[in-house]
Ligand binder design. Structure first.
Ligand SMILES: [Zn+2]
Length: 339
């Protein structure tokens, strides 16, 4: 497979999406830590993104993934118009061109997987370009968007509660709400006839999850999402991010990783002599500064967890050294306060 160079367009878009304060970069620069390179086997699987900045890849009959190497969205031809699933701002303005590469059917509907800006805030440009675009979302997501009045994320024209059968022409999609990630709900988007599943921000193929277990606001539900995903009969999973498409093995790997982090931090937490650590720290901070003592206790657990997990996973998944510490912290918050 050809080597992958991150396209300039996508790199810039990713930087913008991550809200890097490029203008103030000079004064905010701090030494760059060392991270191991992405594992060669993972890098080799990356899809080649053409110079135009996005790739249209057919993954099933009538089902296409659009990706810029950082984000993924989906469109489906139905014989009665194209249905889009998500509109990442990094390439949403190119989606009409992307669709036109494979069909003359007009785009008629957009489905929001969840409310996060990085997956749907390109809806504004689509809504301007496409007359009468229908926008569908689950009620939890819709109620946040009604409250936000954010022009980048137009309010859905149609909503449903919990689950919905989206039937249009040849498309039969089962939409079901869950809550592994966003506080306003996430969607399983399943096309049973195609064995195709979209579940955004669950796993990242070849990589550990993003910061804090993919920014989940519900660690309890996040730990259950892998079995929920695997309960579907699918062989292609679109999870929304990075360089290639996930399969069942990627879900199994991420499940094993997430549970390893969780069990590791729980063992460390339950086995540590917190009073001894606090007493030692109080010699420096005094017992008045209780937050300093808590922080010393918690940081020690996170450090031990991070070291252990890194040792077991650094040669299996990319970016363990980048986000492993945040995973240990997220799992500690759950294990200590909610488990
Ligand atoms: Zn998200």
């Amino acid at each position: 497979m050809k080597s992958f160079t991150f396209p300039r367009l996508a790199a810039q878009a990713l930087a913008a999406a991550l809200l890097l304060p490029l203008a103030g970069f000079a004064q905010q620069a701090r030494p760059l830590p060392d991270f191991v390179p992405v594992l060669p086997a993972i890098k080799a699987k990356a899809l080649d993104i053409p110079a135009k900045g996005y790739l249209v890849k057919q993954v099933k009959q009538d089902v296409y993934v659009v990706t810029d190497g950082a984000y993924q969205s989906v469109f489906v031809t139905t014989g009665k118009g194209v249905v889009l699933f998500d509109a990442p701002p990094t390439f949403a303005d190119k989606l009409p061109e992307a669709v036109a590469e494979v069909t003359r059917e007009p785009i008629v509907e957009l489905v929001y997987s969840h409310t996060h800006l990085d997956h749907i805030s390109g809806a504004q440009s689509l809504n301007k370009k496409i007359k009468g675009l229908r926008i569908l979302a689950e009620e939890g997501a819709a109620s946040l968007l009604r409250e936000k009045r954010d022009p980048r994320r137009p309010v859905p024209t149609q909503t449903f509660r919990d689950h919905y059968q989206l039937n249009l022409g040849t498309l039969h999609a089962e939409l079901k709400r869950s809550d592994w990630h966003s506080p306003h709900g996430d969607l399983f988007i399943y096309l049973p006839q195609r064995k195709f599943l979209m579940a955004v921000d669950t796993v990242v193929a070849g990589h550990v999850p993003f910061l804090d277990f993919d920014l989940t606001t519900n660690m309890h539900s996040y730990l259950k999402v892998f079995d929920e995903v695997l309960a579907y009969d699918f062989d292609v999973l679109v999870a929304g991010h990075l360089t290639y498409l996930a399969g069942r093995a990627d879900v199994e790997d991420t499940k094993e990783y997430a549970y390893d982090v969780y069990h590791t931090i729980k063992r460390i937490h339950d086995g540590s002599d917190q009073m001894a650590i606090a007493t030692h720290a109080a010699e420096k901070y005094t017992w008045d500064n209780k937050f300093a003592l808590y922080r010393t206790v918690l940081d020690g657990m996170i450090d031990s967890c991070t070291t252990e997990v890194r040792g077991r996973w650094i040669n299996r998944l990319a970016a363990v050294d980048v986000f492993g510490e945040s995973h240990c912290r997220a799992a500690l918050i759950y294990a200590r306060w909610d488990d």
